[in-house]
Design a protein around this ligand. Structure first.
Ligand SMILES: Nc1ncnc2c1ncn2[C@@H]1O[C@H](COP(=O)(O)OP(=O)(O)O)[C@@H](O)[C@H]1O
Ligand SMILES: [Mg+2]
Length: 580
């Protein structure tokens, strides 16, 4: 019997319900009002009163409205067909909806129940299996989508039967398993999982040991992110968070990409909708959308569903990770999610933490980031979820609680700087403040030694040092004037400008420059370090400036030329002559 309740109080989308039976936190309920049923989630229980957050507009809701509790948490439906999907935070399929917005109380099916999938069995009768073990496979586009023992299954099962190869829809029973009590249970191609609970079902979660290539030089060369790693991009409004994240989404070396657009303006999301289906994946030459799922909850959608959207996105990634795939999760912006938490916490009149955010904000953010990672599955295969979130601190203040909490949780920090953006030095990632803790991992160092170049990390540190010395020189020049400092200051300054213009800056809107593969990054870094290792003599600082400006010009042209093309080598020759 379901627990029922009656609406007692309403503060915006926080509704107090008097219940007639047991309810638990995070349980889902439906409130009936004006002929529709609105989904809500229990966020606190106090005696016979439950505080629930409604995922929709509560207009017209009244005291006395009836509530029915479902006895389950907010769940995501998992199965073939999630890729190419565009969903809202509650996994409503936005491509099947009728109008521009979903009607209140309208919930759509996330999976197409009719589509037939080409199924191939993996498990055999008699096999012993546990949750997350692979029973069979379907081709989702070109990706092998594993049909697994549902994650909720506890204990060991024996496979009784598996469907032979053939075409089936998601609701077909593709395997029958026998549990330890001798009872048979059916497995279809779809299962549900509560979004706030991390999917386990793997053997171990070791530290990441390789890097995920993004084609963005400031990331891959200077502060690489690990496959299965975490990073975040804080930056004031208009500094390029979204552009950078989209570049990573388009170019990141991953099998599956999930983008969570959280609380940002709707026109940006519309851009994703219209742009992404057109894009070609540089790794496979196929449509990018074939391996992408978009979850969106824009600023004009109900605030409570923002939280749902990031968790839904993470759960979908974990699902594909369990298939042995590399997944990349991008969330823009996690600040909007945190603001939603703040609104609810304030409505519940909880004791506020810093800037009125909930006291446990740090823990919530850490727990979320902790769900990313590389895992070794029960069968020895590996899978990964790499997570990069953006943070939009008000006024660019990096001391605010969301940035500080995220800094504790994420291992890469890509700080976008207003003054770099103002100078159009894109991507505006600050080279000295930003960091990647993965550069300190011996296993990552070893990986870079092997795959990029022996001693690579030392080279990265050298180039960072050039930037640092350039900054110091520039400060001295500003104080003492061009003529007031030794020539070496000018040389150091211009060496750092060279690094800035050729390595750090990258045109996200140029077909060639936008994507710089690691091999090319290695070539360019070696070239730049070679140039910077030389001593230069100049008559005066203007000659120095002229020399480096010409050099920068040639090198930038090189960045815009196809790698190893005739043109590319022509610029390379010209550079070599200039420094000879
Ligand atoms: N890498 C880049 N290359 C060229 N232009 C950029 C780049 N990054 C940002 N921009 C410019 O800055 C504008 C704002 O970027 P956006 O990502 O929307 O900022 P945010 O998400 O931080 O508010 C873009 O519309 C674009 O004109
Ligand atoms: Mg943005």
């Amino acid at each position: 019997m379901k627990t029922k309740g009656i609406v007692k109080g309403i503060v915006s989308n926080l509704v107090t319900v008097e219940v007639d039976g047991p309810v638990s936190e995070n349980e889902i309920c439906y409130i009936s009002a004006q002929g529709v049923k609105m989904m809500a989630e229990v966020i606190k229980v106090n005696g016979s009163l439950a505080s629930v957050q409604v995922f929709e507009s509560t207009r017209g809701l009244k005291g006395g409205n009836e509530v029915e509790f479902e006895g389950r948490m907010l769940e995501v439906t998992l199965g073939p067909g999630l890729l190419r999907g565009i969903y809202d935070g509650l996994q409503n399929d936005l491509t099947t909806m009728t109008g521009v917005f979903l009607k209140r109380g309208e919930y759509t099916d996330p999976l197409n129940r009719e589509t037939l999938w080409d199924f191939t069995p993996i498990a055999q009768p008699g096999d012993s299996v546990v949750a997350a073990d692979w029973l069979g496979e379907v081709k989702e586009g070109w990706l092998p989508h594993k049909i697994m023992v549902p994650f909720s299954f506890k204990g060991t099962y024996t496979v009784k039967s598996v469907k032979p190869a053939g075409q089936y829809n998601v609701d077909t029973v593709i395997a029958v398993l026998t549990n330890e009590e001798g009872e048979d249970v059916n497995v279809t191609m779809t299962q549900k999982w509560p979004v706030k609970v991390a999917i386990k079902g793997y053997k171990e979660k070791p530290r990441p040991n390789k890097i995920m290539e993004t084609g963005v030089r400031v990331i891959d060369t200077l502060n690489p992110i690990a496959e299965g790693g975490t990073g975040f991009i804080p930056g004031p409004f208009g500094c390029g968070k979204t552009v950078l994240q989209h570049a990573i989404a388009k170019q990141g070396d991953a099998d599956v990409i999930v983008m969570a657009a959280c609380g940002e303006r709707a026109n940006e999301v519309v851009e994703i909708f219209t742009e992404f289906p057109e894009l070609i994946d540089p790794h496979t030459g196929r449509h990018l959308m074939e391996r992408t799922t978009i979850i969106c909850n824009t600023s004009n959608m109900p605030v409570a569903a923002r939280e749902a959207s990031v968790y839904t996105a993470m759960t979908i990634c974990e699902y594909y990770r369990a298939m042995g795939l590399k997944c990349l999760l991008l969330a823009d912006s996690t600040s909007r999610w945190a603001q939603a938490l703040r609104e609810m916490s304030n409505r519940m009149e909880e004791l506020p933490g810093a800037d009125a955010f909930p006291v446990d904000l740090s823990a919530i953010i850490s727990n979320f980031y902790a769900r990313a990672g590389m895992v070794v599955l029960n069968n020895g295969e590996t899978g990964a979820v790499t997570f990069i979130g953006t943070v939009s601190p008000a006024g660019g203040n990096l001391k605010e609680p969301v940035t500080e909490s995220t800094k504790k949780a994420a291992r890469c920090f890509y700080a976008l700087e207003q003054n770099r953006a103002d100078q159009k030095r894109y991507p505006a990632v600050g080279p000295l403040e930003s960091y990647s803790k993965y550069l300190d991992y011996p296993e990552i160092k070893e990986y870079l030694d092997k795959t990029v170049e022996e001693g690579w990390v030392e080279k990265v540190l050298t180039v960072k040092n050039i930037i640092r010395r350039g900054k110091e020189a520039s400060e001295q020049i500003n104080i003492l004037g061009d003529d007031g400092v030794p020539m070496s200051y000018h040389v150091n300054f211009w060496k750092s400008e060279l690094v800035d213009f050729v390595i750090l800056q990258q045109d996200a809107f140029d077909a060639i420059d936008a994507l710089c593969p690691l091999e090319r990054q290695r070539f360019m870094l070696d070239l730049i370090l070679d140039i910077c290792s030389k001593d230069y003599e100049f008559e005066d600082f203007e000659k120095c400036r002229e020399f480096f400006k010409n050099l920068i010009n040639e090198l930038r042209q090189m960045n815009y030329s196809a790698y190893e093309s005739e043109q590319f080598w022509a610029y390379n020759d010209s550079v070599k002559k200039m420094i000879a």
